[in-house]
Ligand binder design. Structure first.
Ligand code: SF4
Ligand code: SF4
Length: 356
């Protein structure tokens, strides 16, 4: 896998533009945590000049995969993909992180990151499938309920996905590519002919990008819930509010999937709302530190430090509330936001719906 990136790694000029936007480097300070440091690590491993060590694993699993370095890199080196290829190289070694191995064995055993067993949701035959993903299904059922309520308000009937809870992202992000292919192949067989809607950007990026990349198939027709809702915005009727809110763009949604305007259009359609932008927003958004659950699992301390920086940006614009559209960002920001409320966009919008 790393070999595929050999030419690309050689085009790194070591200019260092990527250094100024990396949230992990900002906290850790060492060049081995910088995007260009990670490119060097990849090249060293590929050429047999470096051996897997705990220190090297620390650098590679501390990357949040936010992708901000890629946008700033003049030759557009795919640092994020290189990091995943390094993880795939390290995952089979004796120094692979125990916390990540344990997370992935939970997914392999139960089909979700929390290791929960139990009730399967029964699917019916609607052509629109709502795929909640592990986090929404097990930790934030209110996001699932609000998503269904908003769709229903628009006259759209969706059935909730009844297959494996996990989209497979933890496998691909943790470095277990073979396990990812197996899970993705199984999900893909059932999703390929459906229209899929997701409240989780990690799942969306996995279906849209990782499934076709690993399975060599056309991606399923998948959208984030805000994309679907924003196309029928005229049919949504909200109560008036006087709140000032700021919107935290999830890296996986705004930067990796370029879904930037739909959530803003939806928020701006609530009468009386004042939407203020943080210093880093839209494609240039600042990471919440979750790393789609991987950085959070590997180093809670690092992920929280990164989240605190984001909360400071929200405080700087005097927002009454932070709204986001990713359950992982929600958990991260809530953990450090103190008295400042943080909500998922579907829950916020559903709470503002006028009763019909
Ligand atoms: S911005 Fe790109 S080319 Fe420059 S050091 Fe970083 S990875 Fe290398
Ligand atoms: S993907 Fe994000 S955390 Fe990882 S090296 Fe690039 S900027 Fe840093």
């Amino acid at each position: 896998m790393l070999r595929e990136f050999e030419d690309e790694m050689l085009t790194c000029t070591m200019c260092g533009f990527c250094r100024w936007v990396c949230p992990t480097l900002e906290r850790r300070g060492w060049e081995s945590f910088a995007p260009r440091g990670l490119v060097n690590i990849g090249f060293g491993l590929l050429k047999g000049k470096l051996r897997p060590t705990k220190a090297l694993v620390d650098s590679v699993y501390s990357c949040t995969t936010c992708g901000r370095c890629v946008v700033k890199c003049p030759p557009q080196i795919k640092v994020r993909d290189i990091v995943l290829a390094i993880r795939a190289t390290l995952f089979g070694s004796s120094v692979a992180p125990a916390s990540i191995k344990s997370l992935l064995s939970s997914v392999a055993r139960t089909g979700n990151i929390y290791g929960r067993t139990g009730r399967k949701i029964s699917e019916d035959s609607s052509s629109l499938i709502l795929f909640p993903g592990c986090n929404v299904k097990h930790k934030h059922p209110e996001i699932l309920e609000s998503s269904l309520r908003l769709l229903e308000h628009l006259g759209l009937r969706a059935s909730v996905w009844g297959g494996t809870d996990c989209c497979g992202a933890p496998f691909v992000l943790g470095g277990a590519f073979d396990q990812f292919r197996t899970l993705a192949r199984n999900n893909f067989g059932k999703l390929r002919s459906s229209r899929v809607v997701l409240p989780c950007p990690i799942g969306l990026q996995t279906l849209r990008v990782s499934y076709p990349m690993f399975l060599k198939e056309e991606p399923p027709l998948a959208s984030h819930i805000t994309e679907i809702l924003s196309t029928r915005i005229g049919s949504l009727r909200f109560q008036e509010t006087s709140e000032t809110v700021t919107y935290h763009d999830p890296c996986y949604l705004a930067r990796l999937m370029k879904v930037i305007e739909p959530p803003r259009k939806l928020l701006n359609s609530v009468p009386g709302i004042r939407l203020v932008e943080m210093a880093d927003s839209k494609e240039n958004t600042r990471c919440c530190g979750s790393g789609a659950g991987i950085t959070q699992t590997y180093s809670k301390e690092l992920s929280r430090e990164i989240a605190r920086e984001r909360i400071e940006q929200a405080r700087d614009v005097n927002a009454d509330r932070i709204i986001t559209s990713c359950p992982y960002c929600l958990d991260q920001l809530r953990a450090v936001s103190g008295a400042l409320p943080v909500d998922d966009i579907t829950v916020f919008l559903a709470s503002k719906l006028q009763s019909s």
